[in-house]
Ligand binder design. Structure first.
Ligand code: HEC
Ligand code: HEC
Ligand code: HEC
Length: 426
């Protein structure tokens, strides 16, 4: 009996100590300073950094007003809603002081003192300098305020207890500031600073553990995001032609590269945001990412040479023993090329597509199902979706044809099921 009482008392003390430790105090609300009080150069700098951080992606509803929130950010634990970060004092971040904003970006705690879910990649934002975060704050706080009430994030118990996130942070959140590596030049270091920090490339391209934290030992080995596979960017990259600084730069700025094809899905939004960023910063990002990719091994170079050569000779002819070849001829060849025709720009020969060479069918199915469309009013590569045109069995045959002929790889096993799942979503 007395032992039980003591145990309970001990647990209560531990719980109380945890709460005291995890507690973050609310911060005083401060009215947004007038735009005229900011330096124009600082605002421009903040605008650049917001584009590099692609804040608009998670903080804008489909067809919604920029930064006004309402975008579902899917996680394995449920949907976390991107909130309104326009300076509306009631529904947005209009009362955030510079300090409160800094705390949100670097500690993942909102102005009221609530711990934020790491669906907001503050584990990357924390690497940004105080100066840079201040510039982002200056930019955000001077946007047009939009009154739009936030969707409420409701994860299942116990994940809805935000106080537990303090424990998550203790285990997985590395608050260390970025330190330049003197062994590399200025462009590499600038790239590392941006990629590891605001640009948060690893948030999608690094696999996560069962607690939803990035597995640092497998950095850039590829991850899952919003129903897409973000391919490996390191030495296990599925790309037929190894990525180089110049090709990554082109891909990031134009959303497309001749020897790799276009950016689809969530990556399309990343490239649209980067399209407006100063060239030197995108070049720096490319320098660092090319270093992550490393130099191509002779084996990789041989695969690349073969893929490029086969991409020039067009597609395989239609064959009765390969039912997918007829589907390809009817639906895809006009753009991606066939035995008689080279691909019509901007489509590439599918021997060059990472989606075709990837270990899983996810991106292939997503692209064929939904096509490639650019956000409202923006130009760029277009491919129609085949959601209402092809049956699961046709897509299975098509995938088998494309995989075998263009990538020289065995069939994926889940194509028909993945197609049905996609069709069930809308
Ligand atoms: C990958 C998606 C994602 C990106 C990119 C992103 N955010 Fe967020 N952000 C979120 C989510 C989700 C939340 C809410 C988390 C929660 O509810 O716990 C959030 C919360 C916030 C908050 C707290 C808002 C509040 O209501 O108190 C601020 C401030 C913020 N983000 C600023 C930014 C800025 C600035 C950028 C760009 C540099 C950015 N975010 C980029 C997903 C993102
Ligand atoms: C109207 C032209 C057109 C048609 C028809 C078309 N595509 Fe595409 N497709 C494109 C363009 C443009 C792109 C973007 C550039 C690129 O990656 O080739 C693309 C991209 C792709 C990609 C690469 C996506 C990525 O993210 O790596 C795949 C895979 C693909 N298409 C498969 C197909 C298949 C299979 C068919 C037939 C069912 C098809 N396409 C029909 C134009 C087309
Ligand atoms: C929101 C998630 C997300 C973020 C953030 C993101 N990516 Fe991606 N990325 C993807 C997805 C998904 C794909 C696959 C798209 C496709 O096949 O068209 C991709 C594709 C790529 C590719 C093409 C790989 C290949 O072999 O085809 C490169 C290169 C790339 N990303 C680089 C970057 C860099 C550099 C950053 C940071 C500046 C970044 N990504 C940030 C999700 C993301």
């Amino acid at each position: 009996m007395r032992l039980t009482v003591r145990l309970i008392a001990l647990l209560v003390i531990i719980a109380a100590a945890y709460v005291v430790w995890a507690w973050r105090s609310p911060m005083q609300g401060v009215a947004a300073p007038a735009k005229s009080t900011f330096d124009v150069a600082q605002l421009r700098h903040g605008s650049e950094l917001a584009a590099i951080g692609n804040c608009v992606q998670c903080h804008t509803a489909p067809q919604g007003k920029p930064y006004a929130g309402g975008r579902a950010v899917p996680t394995p634990f449920g949907i976390v809603w991107g909130p309104n970060i326009t300076p509306d004092p009631d529904t947005g971040i209009g009362l955030y002081s510079k300090q409160a904003f800094l705390r949100a970006m670097r500690d993942g705690v909102d102005r009221q003192g609530r711990h934020l879910y790491p669906a907001f990649p503050y584990d990357h934002m924390v690497k940004a300098s105080a100066n840079d975060i201040e510039a982002v704050w200056a930019f955000m706080i001077t946007r047009e305020p939009v009154r739009q009430i936030n969707q409420t994030t409701r994860l299942a118990f116990p994940l809805d207890q935000r106080i537990l996130l303090a424990g998550w942070k203790a285990m997985f959140f590395n608050r260390q500031a970025f330190t330049p590596d003197p062994g590399h030049d200025a462009a590499w270091n600038r790239g590392a600073y941006l990629v590891e920090g605001l640009a948060h490339c690893g948030a999608c391209h690094t696999p996560r553990n069962i607690f939803g934290a990035e597995t640092k030992s497998a950095a850039y080995a590829g991850g899952q995001v919003e129903g897409w596979t973000a391919p490996a960017l390191n030495s296990s990259s599925p790309a037929a032609v190894p990525w180089t600084t110049a090709r990554i730069e082109t891909y990031l700025r134009l959303g497309r590269d001749d020897l790799h094809g276009a950016a689809a899905g969530p990556m399309n939004e990343v490239t649209h945001a980067l399209a407006g960023v100063v060239a030197a910063d995108v070049a720096a990002i490319a320098t660092y990412v090319a270093d992550i990719a490393g130099n191509a091994t002779p084996e990789r170079a041989a695969v690349a040479a073969k893929a490029v050569a086969s991409s020039r000779s067009g597609a395989a002819p239609v064959s009765a023993s390969d039912p997918g070849s007829a589907v390809y001829a009817g639906a895809c060849a006009q753009c991606h090329g066939d035995a008689a025709r080279a691909p019509t720009n901007p489509a590439v020969n599918l021997a060059l597509s990472s989606a075709v060479r990837a270990a899983d069918e996810t991106n292939f199915v997503n692209v064929v199902h939904g096509g490639i469309r650019q956000p409202d009013g923006l130009g760029g590569p277009y491919m129609p979706g085949f959601a209402d045109i092809l049956t699961p069995a046709q897509v299975r045959d098509l995938a088998s044809h494309v995989r075998n002929t263009y990538a020289g790889k065995p069939d994926w096993t889940g194509v028909a099921d993945a197609w049905r799942r996609q069709s069930a979503i809308k």
